[in-house]
Unconditional design. Structure first.
Length: 448
């Protein structure tokens, strides 16, 4: 290791027995420079995927030890350590640039960086953009090159293998996607359709780059790609055809939401919603619970604010659940999961929250507060809205009892009384809205 006072990697006296991580492409030897090819031909141990080892097999020494890393990624660092301890020349073959969604960062995190020498090649993403004549310096790179993620469903949680892609589609105009045999271009196209983005993007697929069967589908519609069949080795390029929306993030008017008809209801009014969201103290990556979602107004505005977080919402009334679903579809967010049920059922499957909003409790208020306080992360906030004295009394009693045993728990009550102007003849009068109690609780972070 280098001296801790010097964070730069020394090149004056490199470790002579470093493992070479060499980026290769599917045209084989033609993709390698003289230095990389010399390391490959003199290696004692070569590690790579089965297909790559077969491609470069003729260049390897007859007595070279060949290790197939397919399904054995966790063993690769130990294979490298063993080779270095035996003073064997070791090479790892990686596709394209090993530092771009490749194996090099994984190895560097498990071996000291001086144990490796990276010899990068062109990324297949660069090659695809070159074939299309498309500038890529401002593109977002996303990898779905992993195990079978399954088909995308609207409202899928962050654990879904296509979640990062769904989020990136909302935030970027140009995307380069590394696929896999399971997570295909067609599956990506179906994700776009499910998210209502079928007309917003054009799509290109580059297959078998640098191989005899190379083919580039330069401009596909999402609908065409959704039913297409493509070679297993491919990359996807996506670019916007429609301007990316620039929505209001906070304080939407009540009329922007679908509501129960003919009598509008079960929506947290704009003024109360703004104060409640402020008291939730949301961060960009907050995990939020919305219990008693109603129309979904609070949770959906929270989703827009928490662009790197996720909102989990639950509503017991079937009709209101459907309305919240319509609002979800209209809002264009992919970090919102809506469930039909009565809390606390299902909450044990949700990750611990940073912020919780209760707009309705289904008669389980005291128990729900206890459950939430037990799950709320340190520094998290609970915000509840009430219009009845009975629910207010239940909530404050539960919080007072909890604070007796938890000195870090702080709580307070705010009464919000808003009045809105209404026309009367050629003038205006003020019409009072119902008063709302906003009950807030938080577990403060330790100051030590």
């Amino acid at each position: 290791m280098t001296d801790s006072s010097d964070s730069s990697v020394s090149s004056s006296s490199p470790d002579p027995n470093r493992c070479r991580v060499i980026g290769v492409l599917d045209d084989g030897v033609a993709s390698l420079g003289a230095t990389a090819l010399a390391h490959l031909r003199t290696a004692d141990v070569v590690i790579g995927g089965a297909r790559t080892l077969a491609l470069f097999g003729p260049e390897l020494r007859a007595d070279c030890v060949r290790r197939d890393l397919t399904g054995h990624l966790a063993q690769v660092p130990e294979w490298i350590r063993e080779a270095r301890e035996r003073h064997q020349r070791c090479v790892v073959l990686a596709t394209g640039d090993p530092l771009c969604h490749g194996i090099a960062p994984y190895l560097a995190s498990r071996l000291c960086i001086e144990a490796l020498e990276i010899l990068p090649n062109l990324s297949t993403l660069q090659l695809a953009c070159a074939r299309l004549g498309l500038a890529w310096q401002d593109a977002r790179i996303v990898s779905v090159h992993a195990r079978d993620a399954g088909e995308w469903q609207t409202g899928a949680p962050p654990s879904h293998g296509l979640y990062a892609l769904a989020q990136a589609l909302r935030a970027h105009d140009r995307l380069l996607v590394l696929t896999s045999p399971d997570n295909t271009p067609a599956r990506i196209a179906r994700l776009l359709l499910a998210e209502g983005l079928g007309d917003a993007f054009a799509m290109a697929v580059a297959e078998n780059l640098l191989q005899p069967g190379e083919r580039v589908h330069a401009q596909l519609t999402v609908q065409e790609a959704a039913s297409g069949t493509f070679a297993p080795l491919n990359v996807v390029v996506l670019w916007r055809l429609q301007p990316r929306p620039d929505p209001v993030l906070l304080g939407l008017p009540d009329g922007a939401f679908h509501q129960r008809q003919p009598d509008k209801g079960l929506i947290t009014k704009q003024e109360v919603r703004a104060v409640s969201l402020a008291r939730l103290q949301l961060r960009r990556d907050s995990t939020v619970w919305d219990i008693g979602a109603g129309s979904g107004s609070v949770g959906l505005e929270a989703a827009r604010l928490c662009t790197a977080g996720h909102v989990y919402a639950i509503e017991k009334n079937e009709g209101d659940h459907a309305i919240a679903g319509r609002n979800h579809a209209a809002f264009g967010v992919s970090n919102y999961s809506l469930f039909h049920g009565r809390a606390p059922e299902g909450l044990d499957a949700w990750p611990d929250p940073d912020a919780v909003f209760i707009g309705g409790s289904g008669g389980e208020l005291a128990g729900l507060i206890g459950l939430i306080l037990g799950r709320l992360r340190t520094g998290g906030h609970l915000v509840m809205n009430f219009v009845t004295l009975e629910n207010l009394a239940t909530a404050t009693a539960a919080l007072a009892a909890a604070a007796d045993t938890d000195p870090a728990l702080q709580w307070d009550v705010l009464q919000l009384q808003a009045a809105r102007s209404r026309p009367i003849l050629h003038m205006h009068r003020m019409a009072a809205e119902n008063p709302v109690w906003i009950v807030c609780a938080s577990r403060e972070e330790s100051q030590t």
